[in-house]
Design a protein around this ligand. Structure first.
Ligand code: KG4
Ligand code: ZN
Length: 322
């Protein structure tokens, strides 16, 4: 079988294609290309589903061409195609699904539908040894739409958010603070120069045996804080407020993830999803994991947010385990 994989991701507001080579005992990313639609959605303060699917339609061919060029291969060199099947925005997913299946039929190769969250998990495992892949793993998936603690082998979700996802907590709080959309990266950048102990924002469901999360109260706390303190104060102390907000999110996520791994006797803890790009979350996870003797596995910075490589990787890992 041809060992070249094309990965296609169109579940939300990134049109992404990647070419990977499966060497059997390792995987090489030959290219990983992306068109970010952020500028098209920014003016609306969030992703507009109709605009997203239209942009996917316009960009998927140029992004694929770029991925082929960067990998220095032709379209006929593709051996199999992986695409995001769910979850995501229906119109956006359909563009990728139909494109992938049509292209696969045309090329006479197989195509595989992949779960987006399996993609995020796979982004962390790309550089792992087979022995790690076969061991017990617990994943903390933190993205714009999901916050979940998943036992990978058993495929059991042992905790998840009851309302907003961690990424939403960053984005919605950022909107209140006037930082635009999406705000995760902007908050993280400002927080670097701020005092994380400036203000104590709430940590919800902070009980030893609960692995569920809740972030909607945090967003309300940020709103109340801004209303009480006033715009000028917020502007003057924006770095401190961002650092305090980031600390509240990173603290509760890392605490629960490490406690869950200890309770379930699991040594390998995965941190993945767009929010795993956050430096403070990575730092706290690393500190707490080390203290508890856990092995922390994170994706490289460039694979934290949505991309095509993670989708192809998920399909390759599934074929390993067959
Ligand atoms: O995984 P992802 O690219 O898309 C979804 O599947 O949702 O995650 C996007 C989320 C957004 O909420 C964004 O604000 C957040 O990841 N994000 C960050 C950082 N970079 C992206 N959050 C905190 N710190 C960051 N550095
Ligand atoms: Zn994602």
């Amino acid at each position: 079988m041809n060992n070249i994989w094309l990965g296609i991701e169109t579940s939300c507001d990134d049109t992404a294609c990647a070419v990977l080579r499966n060497n059997g005992d390792s995987i090489d990313i030959l290219s990983n290309c992306l068109y970010s639609q952020i500028d098209e959605h920014k003016a609306w303060g969030g992703v507009v589903p109709e605009l997203a699917s239209r942009a996917h339609l316009e960009k998927i061919v140029p992004v694929l061409q770029q991925a082929l060029d960067n990998a220095k291969i032709g379209i006929k060199d593709i051996g199999q195609i992986a695409y995001t099947q769910s979850p995501g925005l229906m119109g956006s997913l359909l563009v990728g699904i139909n494109f992938a299946r049509g292209l696969a039929k045309d090329l006479g190769v197989k195509s595989y539908g992949v779960n987006h969250l399996d993609g995020h998990i796979s982004s962390a495992l790309l550089n792992s040894q087979l022995s790690t892949l076969n061991s017990q793993l617990l994943a903390l998936i933190v993205s714009g739409g999901h916050t979940e603690l998943v036992l990978i082998k058993e495929k059991i979700t042992i905790g998840k958010t009851r309302d907003d996802a961690a990424g939403e907590a960053f984005d919605k709080s950022g909107k209140i603070l006037g930082l635009g959309y999406p705000a995760g990266a902007a908050i993280s950048k400002l927080a670097k120069n701020g005092d994380k102990n400036f203000h104590e924002f709430p940590r919800a469901l902070n009980e030893a045996n609960s692995f569920d999360f809740s972030f909607s109260g945090l967003k309300t706390a940020v709103l109340r804080y801004v209303q009480t303190k006033g715009e000028d104060f917020v502007k003057e102390h924006i770095a401190d407020i961002c650092a305090s907000l980031q600390e509240a999110i990173a603290d509760i996520l890392s605490l629960k993830a490490v406690n869950a791994a200890k309770k379930h006797g699991i040594e390998n803890l995965i941190l993945c999803g767009g929010v795993s790009a956050n430096y403070r979350l990575r730092e706290l996870m690393a500190q707490r994991a080390e203290k508890s003797g856990l092995n922390l596995i994170c994706p490289p910075a460039e694979l934290c947010t949505d991309n095509g490589a993670m989708i192809a990787a998920a399909a390759i890992f599934t074929s390993f385990s067959k």
